[in-house]
Design a protein around this ligand. Structure first.
Ligand SMILES: Nc1ncnc2c1ncn2[C@@H]1O[C@H](COP(=O)(O)OP(=O)(O)OP(=O)(O)O)[C@@H](O)[C@H]1O
Length: 271
């Protein structure tokens, strides 16, 4: 669709093609530049339907940029993206109906209460008032937010804001959930509850993509993973294939590099 400033194919590792299962998200030749900075440099990736997929990479690797393009929030310079076979950028309305998004840093209508915000998202997705009201109640209860339902989102803590944003992503029961750093700022009990919800969602045929820096969490929670750095895929596949018996964190550090093995400057060691 969009014409390429083509990435160099010789320096790109292709993601393994999935066998037998359709892709919940398919990314081909994705490319995005901000001024001189190439944020996404020719990413090819398949997220199998029904998978719990972790997207990991160092700061500035291009995770948020990739997920923003995949969910119709940011226009790619080049490449194709499809969600369950629907092209994201030629049919954005149909694609967006299939996906729930929790985006890092996206502005919420924070002058609404939590309950109003979730309701608003449900209505925007074309659901009737009764269904929206029922689902909003269910989600607020699941996420331990019933007491804060009437409070303005602007007055929420970071973790509460994350939880209400997750509720807005879930309310229309999308087939694919794309969650950028869903556990950041969330307390351990809420995180465990969210993990259970997501696990149940995947067991019932949904697909979850999470970006995270928490390697042990990705190793425990996800069945597939992609490691990206400098806008490229360094490894992708099942978690077991990528980590080959090692800790995912060690594989990540080996692939990405950048460990200093230093105890810091001398002035930090003078006490
Ligand atoms: N709107 C923008 N304008 C200019 N540069 C941008 C913009 N968005 C992202 N970048 C740059 O693109 C690169 C990739 O950023 P991105 O936010 O996708 O990384 P990330 O992997 O999500 O990082 P983190 O783990 O720190 O959240 C970075 O160098 C970032 O500075």
């Amino acid at each position: 669709m969009l014409d390429a400033p083509p990435p160099d194919p010789a320096t790109r590792l292709p993601a393994p093609a999935p066998l037998g299962r359709p892709s919940a998200l398919s990314i081909r030749g994705l490319y995005k530049r901000f001024g001189d900075k190439i944020a996404v440099d020719g990413i090819d990736l398949d997220v199998p339907a029904g998978s719990f997929f972790g997207l990991v990479g160092p700061n500035g690797a291009g995770k948020t940029t990739t997920l923003s393009m995949a969910t119709g929030l940011l226009r790619p310079d080049a490449g194709r993206l499809s969600i369950l076979g629907v092209d994201v950028w030629s049919d954005p309305t149909a694609a967006k109906a299939l996906v729930g998004v929790l985006s890092d840093g996206i502005a919420l209508f924070d002058r609404l209460s939590g309950e109003q915000l979730v309701t608003y998202h449900g209505l925007l997705n074309g659901m009737d008032r009764e269904t929206v009201a029922q689902r909003t109640r269910d989600l607020l209860e699941l996420l331990d937010m019933t007491e804060a339902a009437g409070k303005l989102v602007v007055d929420y803590s970071a973790g509460m804001t994350k939880k209400i944003a997750l509720a807005t992503a879930l309310v229309h029961a999308p087939r694919l959930l794309v969650l950028d750093e869903p556990f950041e700022s969330v307390d351990p009990v809420s995180a465990a509850n969210i993990r259970d919800i997501l696990q149940g969602y995947v067991e019932n045929g949904g697909t979850v993509i999470v970006s995270s820096h928490a390697m042990d969490l990705v190793q425990r929670m996800c069945d597939h993973v992609a490691i990206i750095a400098a806008g490229r895929v360094l490894a992708a596949g099942t978690v077991d294939d990528v980590r080959r018996g090692q800790d995912l964190e060690d594989v990540f550090v080996d692939l990405v590099g950048g460990r200093h093995h230093s105890r810091g400057p001398s002035w930090l060691r003078t006490f």
